[in-house]
Design a protein around this ligand. Structure first.
Ligand code: MCN
Ligand code: MOS
Length: 779
């Protein structure tokens, strides 16, 4: 392997593309670096066990913290008897509300911070939900801490719990600013020739990344280093600083490798506060790793939702009005809003429209973001309802969608950047054989199996946050790309190497990428499908700056072999500087550095607006304050999807199998088709799980999450996953981002559930209006 020496052994290690990355598709290597189908640069390290994850750091004198979680959903803790626990050999201390380990409330993102929940554990004796952290047991070994944790005696005083979004005791709260309205939605509905009025529900779902949540915090003389699997080290850094009440400059967060997050690693969750506070108190490193079951309540997944949708249309299929209202569960004293109107607002042209979002506080862990938050449930309700409308109108569902094509963004009147959704419908329909289906429900079968075809559309906004990156040119020829960004398996390492190689005209193997450390240049988070575009823009800018700097160096340094020439007489091409008139007489970057006696040259680039202050740059790195939504700059930028599926329903058993999935995506320019396709496919598989399998069960007696483990919380396995075909119909979108790409990571999971649900209806004639669609609902 041509991996840098010692690459695997140190945190923050650089990753470059081994020559083997080209082996599968030799032709691709001749293509420009950006746009070629390279394999993941860090893949070999991960499969060989050489990528060191947060929990795997080995620190001197480490203590192990095990959290204890409440077994009641509401009320108060009267007493926690820690005596038997403290008697276990090796136990260092036990922290509860009775001997508070001080953790300050962090600022949530909606109030300008980087946290996803305000809740901080063991600061009081209030029980907010079953499974909340109520104690931290710290010992010299993990085993001692685990044993001691089992010995705590907790005395509760039960309070009245609200466990379900439909509980009559629950008090929904309208989130007024997130609603939207135009025209007269009520009148539009009242006068419609055809109307549908439906309610769709989704269950609580969990992110369950392969790498469970775990943190090592190491306090050292007023400074703290935190190894934390993170989608956003800048956000985690600000949260840790707030937890501890210390200056952010004294916090470093390191996260070179992440084993998946799917939204659950954007925020540093409460157990991180426990680890940090304990490390400060004890003056030694503390590791807190949640068990798989503890991850189900140590942090939240996608909340359960209920959505009502009324759509009115004329007989010829023109939508006249849409009324959409949603409710999602949130923690009893924290607010998570699932923006269920995100797709509804923009997908179809309608003169009259109204949506309202509500949250329903229940005794649950604060829900969080799961891949495609907002858009995913939004598309589920909307695209299922549109299918219902198509049947009510006796119209083909694709034709109905085209009849209501939105020429501009209906929510703000802005033109789209690119919207290749017509092309996506055409490509998806062709791929699945849509036009040869018999549209009549329950009309197609093969033996015992009913056959169903279904489709749905989806969208995901292009979120922009300015970022910076640094390139370091070494005299030995190596070029480093430095950024605080993270790679949870998406391909950040790979595409940044491609971006730099492309802009400099060097072989991609010459580039080493270092990520996941707040000591590196500030980056947008790996969330909201924005990092690839925001960061490749910054790397490209740095490379362009470097070309100018290198030309200047060649023209001006007295030791430069090209010093006799003027700047205007030099050209930068293929990683070398040469006289413009003499194509052969160039010198490489490394040769220039050697000639002028420099070991390295560091060049930065960024996409901050001219005049951006340090405060603004920091805010972009640590909060959402500098985030630009899809409608920035007078144009509306989104990725688009058309999802088509074929299902088979066994008539005797009621089992549903997805037989084929064909989806077409408009995500602008694709930086690495192999990785983008993996992103889309994995999103679609996640959508399949959501539709047929995933459902968090809460025991209505005590609020316990019943299936809080990988055995009972079912996700798709290979045998569940059918033939999947993905098609890119995007074109470079220079209005959306610097290099013309749009977001890829989440769009794949948007629209799958309605496509499958619609196919189940087509197969069986039964409309199931709640996820997951399980066989008992079909019976
Ligand atoms: N890409 C591309 N061309 C583009 C845009 C992206 O080729 N125009 C490819 C690149 O390989 C890039 C990847 O797609 O690394 C994702 O890019 P982007 O859409 O910008 O998403 P982020 O880098 O911001 O990653 C976050 C996104 C989100 S929000 C979730 S949720 C999600 C997802 O990525 N979680 C994932 N994909 C995941 N993939 C893995 N393996 N694990 C997760 O937890
Ligand atoms: Mo993705 S849910 O925005 O991390």
């Amino acid at each position: 392997m041509k991996l840098g020496v010692g690459v695997a052994a140190v945190a923050g290690a650089g990753v470059n593309l081994a020559p083997g990355a080209f082996a599968a598709e030799p032709a691709a290597a001749k293509m420009p670096a950006l746009g070629s189908r390279l394999s993941r640069a860090e893949g070999p390290l991960k499969v060989a066990g050489q990528a060191r994850y947060a929990i795997e750091q080995k620190l001197e004198n480490m203590a192990y913290g095990v959290t204890v979680q409440s077994t009641r959903p509401a009320g108060r803790i009267l007493n926690i008897d820690t005596t038997p626990a403290k008697a276990v050999p090796g136990v260092v201390d036990v922290y509860t509300f009775q001997n508070t380990l001080k953790i300050n409330k962090p600022t949530v993102y909606s109030k300008g911070g980087g946290a996803t929940e305000e809740f901080t554990p063991i600061q009081d004796n209030i029980v907010r939900f079953n499974g909340m952290h109520i104690a931290l047991v710290v010992a010299d070994t993990f085993e001692a801490a685990t044993e001691a944790a089992s010995l705590l005696k907790v005395e509760y005083e039960d309070g009245e719990a609200i466990l379900d979004i439909n509980d009559p005791k629950a008090k929904p709260v309208l989130i007024e600013p997130m609603g939207a309205a135009w025209g007269d939605a009520a009148a539009g509905l009242a006068s419609a020739e055809v109307k549908i009025d439906v309610t769709y529900t989704t269950s609580r779902e969990y992110n369950v990344p392969m790498e469970p949540h775990a943190t090592i915090a190491s306090w050292d003389n007023g400074k703290i280093t935190v190894w934390e699997p993170s989608q956003w080290v800048g956000g985690a850094r600000s949260v840790v600083a707030e937890f501890l009440g210390i200056d952010i400059e004294n916090v470093r967060v390191i996260s070179p490798y992440v084993g998946g997050g799917f939204g659950s690693k954007i925020g540093a969750h409460p157990h991180v506060g426990l680890a940090c506070a304990a490390s400060r108190k004890l003056g030694r490193p503390v590791k807190v790793s949640l068990t798989r079951p503890q991850t189900f309540t140590g942090l939240g997944g996608r909340p359960a939702t209920r959505q009502t949708l009324s759509i009115g249309a004329s007989k010829d299929g023109k939508i006249t009005s849409i009324v959409h209202e949603s409710w999602n569960e949130t923690a009893i004293d924290d607010v998570h809003v699932e923006a269920c109107n995100n797709v509804t607002k923009i997908m179809y042209a309608t003169p009259n429209f109204s949506t309202r979002l509500n949250v329903v506080p229940v005794n649950t862990v604060q829900p969080g973001w799961k891949r495609g938050p907002g858009e995913n449930p939004s598309a589920y309700a909307l695209e299922s309802a549109i299918d219902e409308l198509a049947y009510a109108l006796n119209m083909d569902p694709v034709t109905l969608r085209l009849a209501n094509w939105a020429d501009v963004d209906p929510s703000n009147g802005m033109p789209w950047t690119t919207r290749q959704l017509r092309e996506a419908y055409a490509a998806g329909a062709e791929g699945i054989g849509w036009w040869s289906r018999n549209p009549v429900p329950r009309s197609m079968r093969e033996g015992r199996e009913l056959i169903g075809y279904g489709m749905a559309a989806g969208s995901y906004p292009m979120i922009r946050t300015a970022s910076e990156a640094k390139l370091v040119f070494h005299a030995n020829g190596q070029i480093e790309v430095l950024s605080a960004a993270t790679d949870m398996g998406t391909g950040t390492y790979t595409i940044l190497a491609q971006t730099a190689a492309d802009a400099l005209g060097v072989p991609v193997e010459a580039v080493v990428v270092r990520l996941g450390d707040t000591a590196l240049p500030r980056s947008a988070l790996a969330g909201g499908s924005q990092q690839a575009n925001n960061l490749s823009g910054a790397v490209d800018r740095a490379a362009r700056n470097a070309r100018v700097a290198l030309l200047n160096l060649a023209a001006s340094d007295p030791k430069s072999p090209l010093q006799s020439l003027k700047l205007a007489e030099l050209t930068f091409e293929n990683g070398a500087i040469r006289p413009t008139r003499r194509p052969a007489g160039g010198i490489s970057i490394a040769a220039l550095l050697k000639a002028v006696g420099q070991d390295k040259l560091e060049i930065e680039g960024n996409t901050f607006a001219a005049g951006a202050t340090e405060d603004m740059k920091n805010a972009a790195d640590r909060s959402f304050a500098q985030l630009k939504g899809p409608a920035e700059g007078g144009v509306s930028a989104h990725s688009w999807a058309a999802q088509f599926v074929e299902v088979r329903v066994d008539e005797d058993f009621g089992t549903i199998r997805v037989k084929r999935m064909v989806s077409a995506f408009c995500c602008g320019r694709i930086f690495n088709p192999k990785l983008a396709e993996s992103q889309w496919i994995s999103g679609m598989v996640m959508g399949l799980g959501q539709t047929l399998l995933e459902e968090g069960f809460v025991d209505q007696r005590d609020g316990r999450t019943v299936n809080a483990n990988f055995a009972d919380y079912a996700v798709p396995v290979n045998a569940d996953v059918p033939d999947i075909q993905v098609i890119s119909v995007g074109i470079p979108d220079m209005q959306a981002t610097a290099l013309g790409g749009k977001g890829v990571g989440e769009i794949g999971v948007v629209g799958v559930a309605p496509a499958i649900g619609n196919a189940v209806y087509h197969a069986t004639g039964k409309r199931i209006r709640g996820l997951p669609i399980t066989l008992e609902k079909l019976a």
